[in-house]
Design a protein around this ligand. Structure first.
Ligand code: OAD
Length: 280
């Protein structure tokens, strides 16, 4: 089920989470790649936004970087620099070391509780509120910061960090209010584990959310791809769908990404810095 070597076209993995091969090399975030933007460039994209029939926004971990939430692939601070995705984001990894994986998610929960939405989250939420029905916001992030900034609706493709679910289909004895232990909590009747309600590698994304995101990718005429390395599918596939449908695709990221080749423009800037000016 798990696919670490990947390939966007690999049909057996349709609707399931997988990496492309290149995603396992960790490079330090090189902000020297950030380029100043000419005012005319910003004005031209603002005009496109104004005229857009439908805007699709896809965000990744970089959208929360300026809130102090580490991204996954940054060499110094990234989550996967300390632990591998196989260990920490797969059912096999959880079964091998349930306490280690559970503790890691508790650590991330504490970190996210202390984080605040940044200016980029807020700018997106305000634009969405001002232009009701014209934006579909899709996120790979499980931190809930878009929602806390006021965005609604948000299509969460990878679940929610703060929620739990049962590892195995729950039996009548499985009641999340009455569990035993916390390493991780277990059903006292059958031993079933609670686990974080996030999508792990090889697992299916929520069907309705993925379908709505793909429909929006087909229908949009403008797409912003913000703070994602573009290595994890099916989310990254949304940019390919939008570009194939003729949408204007803009990548906002201080570093090069795997989706730059499908983009019409790449803005090498941190999102919290540029989104308020773009979406004001
Ligand atoms: P990554 O950690 O792969 O990539 C983060 C991206 O954010 C990189 O391209 C950075 O250059 C960029 N970035 C860093 N700071 C930024 C800033 N201030 N503004 C804009 N961009 C910035 O994270 P994702 O692409 O989101 O899945 O990873 C996708 C999925 O892979 C995640 O949802 C996670 C991971 O494994 C699960 O945990 C299920």
């Amino acid at each position: 089920m798990l696919d670490w070597s990947g390939g966007a076209q690999a049909l057996p993995y349709a609707g399931r989470l997988f990496f492309t091969a290149a995603s396992m090399s960790f490079a330090p975030l090189d902000t020297s790649a950030a380029l100043p933007l000419a005012d005319t460039e910003i004005a031209s994209l603002r005009q496109r936004l104004h005229n857009a029939r439908h805007l699709l926004v896809l965000t990744g971990a970089g959208a929360s970087a300026e809130s102090g939430v580490p991204t996954f692939r940054d060499a110094q601070t990234g989550y996967w620099a300390q632990f591998s995705p196989e260990e920490m984001a797969s059912e096999a990894g959880f079964l091998a070391h349930p306490q280690r994986v559970w503790d890691w998610y508790q650590y991330r929960r504490d970190l996210v509780r202390q984080a605040m939405p940044n200016a980029g989250h807020v700018a997106l939420a305000q634009w969405q509120a001002r232009h009701s029905g014209r934006m579909t916001l899709v996120t790979q992030n499980v931190d809930g910061l878009h929602q806390r900034a006021g965005s609604t609706p948000v299509l969460c493709l990878h679940g929610n960090l703060m929620d739990n679910r049962w590892l195995l289909p729950p039996k009548p004895c499985c009641d999340a209010r009455f569990t035993e232990g916390d390493a991780p909590p277990q059903c006292p009747g059958c031993g079933n584990y609670l686990r974080p309600a996030v999508v792990w590698f090889g697992e299916a994304l929520p069907h309705a959310e993925l379908q709505q995101a793909q429909d929006a990718a087909k229908a949009c005429d403008l797409m912003l791809v913000i703070g994602t390395s573009g290595h994890v599918y099916p989310a990254a596939g949304l940019a390919h769908i939008a570009a194939r449908g003729g949408a204007h695709v803009v990548v906002i990221n201080p570093e090069p990404t795997a989706l730059d080749s499908v983009a019409d423009r790449c803005w090498r800037l941190p999102s919290a810095q540029i989104l308020p000016a773009l979406l004001a």
